[in-house]
Design a protein around this ligand. Structure first.
Ligand code: AMP
Ligand code: MG
Length: 408
């Protein structure tokens, strides 16, 4: 066990801490089959191959007329043999004729070109064609999107709306996915009161539970809240063991710094394994990783902004990896700093808004970056990352982590 102020005095870098956290994950190989209606946000447990060619048959990309290119000459009028709507089998095209065809309708055998209706002119029972047409135009060939047997989705991919569509078009009504991760969230602290209740002297409302609830629900987790664990060793141990019995991961907030009332560390160490690290990060710092019995445990700091930031940086990749997701990286985009900042040896994560000026993206930061100022997280569009030891001058390039990446 490494205590916060014990032998491992040198704090870990953010990347180093993340690597350690991810290295701790032991994948479960449990799977379940779900219908496409239930599959949004789930992580695929198996590769998915196309069961058919897509499209299954060549079809028209336009409303117009299908014909043989060799029957064409500039301005010719061809008799129209019939109509092919979408969803019908098309009879073969008689030589020297055209057929009326609609978008998505199968190309009749023999036809090799579709002319769009806007450039044609109906003449009696026939159609007058334009002066020039290109052979093969306006036909979507069979297998243009995917071919039978082709792997179109991969194990470890999280299913977004477009993957549901891809699976559907490939012929799958059900998918094999990872089970939902059950996460227990525990808020520790004698000062905490559930929101809506009256506030006594020295008390504050528990907000961390709800931030974590939202962050985890966005990731498709089944979350159980224990919204106030008292600052005693027995209460902390009891809450942790209960949580271990009903969940795949335990996340706590508070109780991991060095105060006398911080019982989480000792309780986890007694019930399982604890690693406590100081991370060179602001807001944040103490983050604990371990196990309660066999259940993985992540201990986040107590300050609300620290909880939000450390979850985004460490909790989120941990959860995603536990869910079986292969790529858990966070996209960072370059922005210009619209501020000056002196830093120390810690990585900073500033709550920032992005404004566009002169075709460039500028990051403005919220005026009060205190770790208790929850409002900053709501005001912001994302987090700006300042590496340790950087003296930021207005106009410097920094990396920005948009909420669309962190909260999706
Ligand atoms: P701790 O690490 O337990 O000393 O907590 C650090 C700070 O975060 C203290 O000011 C706590 O009151 C505050 N805090 C801890 N847990 C919560 C919570 N669930 N909601 C809001 N603030 C909290
Ligand atoms: Mg506390």
């Amino acid at each position: 066990m490494n205590d916060c102020c014990g032998p491992e005095v040198r704090p870990l870098g953010v990347q180093q801490a993340l690597e350690r956290i991810l290295a701790s994950v032991r994948q479960s190989d449990a799977t379940e089959s779900v219908s496409l209606e239930q599959a949004l946000g789930r992580v695929l447990a198996e590769d998915v191959a196309a069961r058919v060619d897509v499209p299954p048959a060549a079809n028209s990309a336009m409303d117009g007329y299908a014909l043989r290119h060799r029957d064409f000459s500039p301005g010719i009028t061809l008799p129209v043999a019939g109509v092919v709507p979408a969803g019908a089998a098309a009879p073969a095209l008689p030589s020297g004729q055209a057929v009326r065809i609609f978008t998505g309708a199968p190309i009749p055998a023999g036809a090799d070109t579709v002319v769009m209706q806007e450039v044609c002119e109906p003449v009696g029972e026939g159609v007058r064609l334009p002066d020039s047409i290109r052979k093969g135009s306006n036909i979507r060939p069979a297998g243009e999107d995917m071919t039978h047997g082709q792997r179109v989705l991969h194990a470890g991919q999280r299913l977004r709306p477009q993957e549901l569509g891809l699976a559907a078009t490939a012929g799958h009504g059900e998918l094999v996915v990872r089970p939902r991760l059950r996460v227990a969230v525990l808020a520790t602290g004698d000062e905490l009161v559930a929101p809506g209740e009256p506030l006594g002297p020295g008390q504050i409302y528990d907000s961390n539970s709800f931030v974590l609830l939202g962050l985890l629900q966005r990731l498709g987790c089944e979350v159980s809240l224990k919204s106030v664990v008292a600052d005693t060793r027995p209460a902390t141990e009891q809450a942790l063991s209960d949580a271990a019995n009903r969940s795949d991961l335990i996340i706590t907030s508070g109780g991991v710094s060095v105060g006398d009332e911080d019982h989480v560390k000792a309780a986890v160490a007694a019930l399982g394994v604890l690693d406590l690290w100081r991370i060179a990060i602001k807001p944040g710092k103490p983050v604990a990783l371990g196990k309660v019995g066999e259940t993985p445990f992540l201990g986040l700091p107590g300050n609300p902004v620290s909880v939000f930031v450390t979850f985004c940086l460490f909790g989120r990749p941990l959860v995603r990896r536990m869910q079986g997701e292969a790529d858990v990286s966070t996209l960072r985009v370059p922005v210009n700093a619209a501020f000056d900042l002196k830093t120390d040896g810690r990585s900073r994560y500033l709550r920032a808004r992005i404004v566009k000026q002169g075709g460039e993206l500028w990051a403005e930061v919220y005026g009060h970056q205190g770790s208790g100022v929850m409002y900053s997280t709501s005001w912001a569009h994302g987090l700006v990352e300042v590496p340790p030891g950087r003296q930021v001058v207005k106009g410097d390039q920094l990396m920005y982590l948009p909420y669309s990446e962190l909260l999706a």
